[in-house]
Design a protein around this ligand. Structure first.
Ligand code: GDP
Length: 529
């Protein structure tokens, strides 16, 4: 019992999000380095392939250099057990990022100091704010010429609607990067080039008012720093832990992941400012993570991660208690007792079978096709279900045409499985069966993934025919007579796989028009899993 408490208490589970190339992989690798999970030699040797080494699985990711799926890494540091959830780096996969954020207790946002909040990432970061969990900002690549730090903060506040509170402050950037000033200890840590992290850095610490600092960074920089500190103290939001935990204030750190500068300080502060696993809401109230009963929910399903095995893994976040290999759990949505088979966890580059895991941890279990996203598993006597994970309304639609009609079975299997993973949503014509399939996605890149995966994993070629619809509405009224619905000319009736009726519209105006013409009609933008 005491052990259970201790194990859960030391867990920290966070998601890491960034624009591609901002330095997420590099930062993650440095974290792992501190945790001793990978050795320096390994990471240097793997440099050329580092982008894909740790967490990228799919071929398409290698080809495009974007991360499509997300994965989980665990390491120990300073008595903590840390779970990092990697997320896709493109906003077309923001729904996947949102699901991953559901499994995290906080998020780290990596921003390239020379680029700021980039267009491609805006939506991703907004998704992060939607989840109302603590968001920590790491402004990376300070060893390169960066934007003005005040402008960077301004941009984060404006773009994301979240206040910022710098914990440290950079002195110069690029060739003139001198180090960072810690606003709490009032000390400056000076930067020395570690030759891209291959050499041990000589970080020195100086008090702000010391003579040594003046000699070290020079008068101009010291003056500028003092001015900026004054400005900061007057202008920026005060640190308020309560606002941080509600996701309304983001602590900001400056550093350089590649040269390993400011990474460990960041990790240390981060660990102090985040909590152990938080209670989760279920239909029977909050579930205490320290409860002895095991509970978890599925947040991600990923098929064919391992080409040799063609397996399908359901990732679940443990919300309470302890998991033990071979243990029997109740699958609430399936209304069935079952044994979780082949539970696995990712340690740095390897997958390994886990014997035990605790609240806060993520495990992947072999899924014979029974799990759906949002499902609850528990050993508690009184059954409950965790709050569902909302699905995003697709914004792009296409009709799918199969090129070789002889492969009908593979096609239906493939597209259904990919839809079950939540990578796409599939619909049918209102009056027909599976012969006409309409696919809806949140971001257009998901179409490419669908096409690629059907070809590579199911050996089925398809052609996608874009449809002009941009708005989808679920019909809430169960008793509606669809045949007599008076819609607009651009409206299309479809149904989802469960047979629920939906409407597609080309423009928002038609949605309002249709509501006006049909008294009592209730339309909703969201379906639930
Ligand atoms: P990701 O796409 O966000 O995972 O980005 P990576 O970690 O793969 O980094 C993208 C590129 O930026 C790589 O070439 C890194 O070596 C480089 N990089 C990462 N961090 C830094 C940094 O702090 N300074 C500099 N100069 N380059 C960096």
């Amino acid at each position: 019992m005491a052990d259970l408490h201790k194990e859960i208490e030391k867990r920290r589970t966070f998601a890491i999000i960034s624009h591609p190339d901002a330095g997420k992989t590099t930062l993650t690798e440095k974290f792992l380095l501190y945790g001793g999970a990978i050795n320096l030699a390994g990471s240097v040797k793997g440099k050329a392939t580092a982008r894909h080494a740790v967490s990228d699985w799919m071929e398409i990711e290698k080809q495009r250099g974007i991360s499509v799926t997300s994965s989980v890494l665990q390491f120990e540091y300073d008595g903590f057990c840390i779970n990092i959830l990697d997320t896709p780096g493109h906003q077309d996969f923001s729904e996947d990022t949102y699901r991953t954020l559901m499994a995290a207790d906080s998020a780290v946002m990596v921003i390239d100091g020379s680029k700021g909040v980039e267009a491609q990432t805006r939506k991703l970061f907004k998704v992060c704010v939607m989840r109302h969990i603590p968001i920590f900002t790491f402004i990376n690549k300070m060893d390169r010429d960066s934007n003005d730090p005040f402008d960077l903060l301004d941009e984060i506040e404006k773009e994301l609607g979240i206040a910022t509170c710098p914990i440290n402050w950079p002195i110069g950037s690029g060739k003139n990067f001198k180090g960072v000033y810690d606003r709490n200890t009032k000390k400056v840590m000076t930067f020395s080039d570690t030759l891209k992290g291959t050499k041990e850095g000589e970080e020195k610490e100086f008090a702000l008012d010391s003579e040594e600092l003046l000699t070290e960074i020079g008068e101009d920089y010291k003056e500028q720093l003092e001015e900026e500190i004054e400005l900061l103290d007057g202008a920026s939001a005060e640190f308020d832990m309560d606002l941080v935990s509600k996701g309304q204030l983001s602590p900001v750190f400056f550093g350089s992941a590649l040269t390993n500068f400011g990474v460990e300080t960041f990790l240390q502060h981060f660990l102090q400012m985040t909590t152990s696993p938080l209670p989760r809401v279920s239909d029977k109230g909050e579930i205490d993570p320290f409860s002895e009963d095991f509970s978890a929910f599925v947040f991600k399903i990923q098929a064919n991660m391992n080409k040799a095995h063609r397996d399908r893994i359901a990732f679940m976040r443990i919300c309470s208690g302890q998991f033990k290999a071979g243990m029997e759990v109740f699958h609430v949505q399936g209304n069935k007792q079952l044994k979780l088979s082949q539970p696995q966890q990712l340690m740095a580059q390897e997958r390994k079978i886990v014997e035990e895991a605790y609240a806060g941890d993520i495990i992947g279990v072999f899924d014979p096709g029974i799990f759906s996203i949002g499902d609850t598993l528990t050993t508690a006597k009184e059954k409950f279900a965790f709050e569902g994970i909302p699905t995003f309304a697709p914004e792009h639609f296409a009709r799918v045409r199969q090129l070789d009609t002889m492969k009908r079975k593979q096609f239906v299997k493939g597209i259904s499985q990919i839809a079950q993973e939540g990578a796409i949503q599939i619909f049918q014509e209102y009056n027909t069966g599976m012969e006409e399939i309409i696919v809806g996605v949140v971001g257009v890149l998901q179409f490419d993934v669908l096409k690629f995966r059907l070809e590579n994993e199911y050996n089925v070629e398809i052609r996608l025919e874009n449809l002009p619809y941009e708005h989808i509405r679920w019909i809430e009224n169960k008793d509606i007579d669809l045949d007599h619905l008076s819609g607009t000319s651009d409206m299309k009736k479809i149904k989802d796989l469960k047979g629920n009726p939906l409407l597609l519209f080309v423009n928002a105006w038609s949605v309002g028009m249709t509501l006006d013409r049909n008294e009592g009609l209730v339309l909703s933008e969201f379906g639930t899993n």
